[in-house]
Design a protein around this ligand. Structure first.
Ligand code: NAD
Length: 263
C-alpha cells in the first residue's frame, strides 16, 4: 500500500539507530515516508538522524533531520517549532527514544534510575507537552508512543527501572488519550516484545556469554519462534498513525509474537 499518510507530517524522536541496520525508530521514520508522510527525524546522534533522513530522500521521500536531547524541554520545544516552520504542521508524533537501563533495585544507582525515568518517560511527556497544543488547535493528530512488553510482564531481564518507566508510559498514553479524545487527537502505544534491532547487541551484554546465545535464547522465548523486526513495529505504527485507525485511541498494543499471552 502507498499514500496512507499522504499530506501528513510526522515528527519522529529517536529516528536514528543505535548501530548498523534497522532500529525501531529508523524503520518507523522510513515507513511513514513510504506511505507519503513528510518526516522530521530527530536524534541525539546527528549522524544517525542524517542517515535515516538520507534513506528517505534517496527513495524520493520528503525529510529533514535535526539533533535534540528529548529529555531537555528547550530542545524539544525548538524541534516542535522548527518542524512546524519547515513543514507547516505536525500530524504524527512518534516517541521512540528508550533505554533498557540494567540493574536490580538493590544495585542500580539513583543516577541510573533517574536516567531511565528521564529517557523513557520524561521524553514522552515533553514531546506531548509541546506537540499537543498544536494538534489541539488543528483538532487532529495521532501520537504513537513506543513502550515495551516489559511494561506489563517480567520478560527475564533485571531492569526494574526500565519496566517501571514503560508501565508509566502505558498509563500516560491512556490517560492523555482520554483527556484529548474529544479534540480529535489519538494517543496509542506499541509494546514491542523481543525485537532484533542493533540496540540489543549494545545493551543486553552481560546477560549472555555471546551474541549467538542471546539470539537463540530470545528467539526461543517468542511463541512464534523468532524475535520481531523493526519493520514489525514500524508497520503497526503506520497503522496506528493512519486514518485507518481513526476509532482507536488509548490502546497499548503488544507486537510480540504472542509472548504477552504466554507469560
Ligand atoms: N529492541 C527491542 O527488543 C525492544 C523491545 C521493547 C521495546 N523497545 C523500545 O524500542 C525503542 C527503541 O528501539 P530502537 O531499536 O529504535 O533503539 P535505538 O537505540 O536504535 O534507537 C533509539 C534512538 O534514540 C536515540 N536517543 C537516545 N537517547 C536520546 C535522547 N535523549 N534524545 C534524542 N535521541 C535519543 C539514539 O541515539 C537512537 O538512535 C525504545 O523505546 C525501546 O525501549 C525495544
Amino acid at each position: 500500500m502507498v499514500n496512507r499518510l499522504k499530506d501528513k507530517v510526522a515528527l519522529v524522536f529517536g529516528g536514528g539507530s543505535a548501530g548498523e541496520g534497522w532500529g525501531n525508530g529508523k524503520a518507523a521514520a522510513v515507513a511513514y515516508a513510504r506511505e507519503g508522510a513528510k518526516v522530521m527525524v530527530v536524534d541525539l546522534n546527528a549522524e544517525a538522524a542524517e542517515q535515516t533522513s538520507q534513506i528517505i530522500l534517496s527513495e524520493n521521500g520528503i525529510s529533514s533531520y535535526t539533533t535534540a536531547n528529548v529529555t531537555n524541554s528547550v530542545d524539544v520545544q525548538k524541534v516542535v517549532s522548527d518542524t512546524i516552520k519547515e513543514f507547516g504542521q505536525i500530524d504524527i508524533l512518534h516517541n521512540n527514544v528508550g533505554l533498557p537501563q540494567m540493574g536490580s533495585v538493590t544495585d542500580i544507582s539513583e543516577e541510573n534510575w533517574q536516567k531511565a525515568m528521564d529517557v523513557n518517560l520524561k521524553s514522552v511527556y515533553l514531546a506531548m507537552k509541546y506537540v499537543i497544543p498544536h494538534m489541539k488547535e488543528r483538532k487532529k493528530g495521532a501520537i504513537v508512543n513506543i513502550s515495551s512488553l516489559a511494561g506489563i510482564r517480567y520478560i527475564g531481564y533485571p531492569y526494574p527501572a526500565y519496566s517501571a518507566s514503560k508501565a508509566a508510559v502505558n498509563h500516560l498514553t491512556s490517560s492523555v488519550a482520554l483527556e484529548y479524545a474529544s479534540y480529535g487527537i489519538r494517543v496509542n502505544a506499541i509494546m514491542p516484545g523481543l525485537i532484533n534491532t542493533p540496540l540489543i547487541y549494545n545493551s543486553i551484554s552481560g546477560q549472555y556469554d555471546n551474541v549467538d546465545e542471546m539470539v537463540t535464547a530470545r528467539d526461543a522465548s517468542v511463541p512464534t519462534g523468532r524475535m520481531g523486526t523493526a519493520w514489525d513495529i514500524a508497520n503497526a505504527a503506520v497503522f496506528l498513525a493512519s486514518d485507518e485507525a481513526s476509532f482507536i485511541t488509548g490502546v497499548c498494543l503488544p507486537v510480540d509474537g504472542g509472548q504477552s499471552i504466554r507469560c
